[in-house]
Design a protein. Structure first.
Length: 138
C-alpha cells in the first residue's frame, strides 16, 4: 500500500519530470522506489506514464453512486424500523416494570388459569425488566 502511494506521488508530482525513478527489491522482498539507485544492488528505471482518461460519473449508464444511494436509503429505512420497534419495546417494558413495582398482587395466565405471582417471582420479574430496560433503552 505504501509503495503504491509512493508510485502515485512520484508519477504525478513534479519530481518525476526532473529525473529518473529507480525501482528495486530489498533482501526482505520489499519493493522500493527512489530518485537514486541503491549502492551495491541492481535497480531498474521506471518510466512515468499518464493516468488513463476517465469518463465523468454523470455520463456512465449504471453509476456506482446511484447504487450506493439506493443501498443507503434501504439501510436507513431498516434502521428507522428497528428504532421504532425498540421504542415500542421500551414503552412496554417500562409499563410492565411500573405495574410490577406498584402492584404486589400480580397475576398471570398459566394454561388458561390465572395464578398469582409469589413475591420471589415478582422480584425476579422486576429485576429482569430493569435489566432489559438498562440494556436496550436509553
Amino acid at each position: 500500500m505504501r509503495s503504491m502511494f509512493l508510485i502515485a506521488s512520484l508519477l504525478i508530482g513534479p519530481a518525476c519530470m526532473a529525473g529518473q525513478i529507480y525501482k528495486w527489491v530489498d533482501a526482505q522482498g520489499v519493493t522500493h522506489f527512489g530518485a537514486q539507485p541503491p549502492q551495491g544492488q541492481e535497480a531498474s528505471t521506471v518510466t512515468p506514464s499518464a493516468p488513463p482518461a476517465s469518463k465523468p460519473l454523470s455520463s456512465q449508464g449504471s453509476s456506482p453512486i446511484g447504487d450506493q444511494q439506493a443501498i443507503d436509503r434501504k439501510v436507513k429505512r431498516q434502521v428507522a424500523e428497528q428504532q421504532a420497534e425498540l421504542k415500542v419495546f421500551c414503552e412496554q417494558a417500562r409499563t410492565n416494570l411500573a405495574q410490577l413495582q406498584n402492584n404486589p398482587r400480580v397475576r398471570e395466565d398459566v394454561e388458561g388459569e390465572m395464578r398469582r405471582l409469589s413475591e420471589e417471582q415478582r422480584n425476579e420479574r422486576i429485576t429482569e425488566a430493569q435489566r432489559q430496560i438498562k440494556e436496550n433503552c436509553s
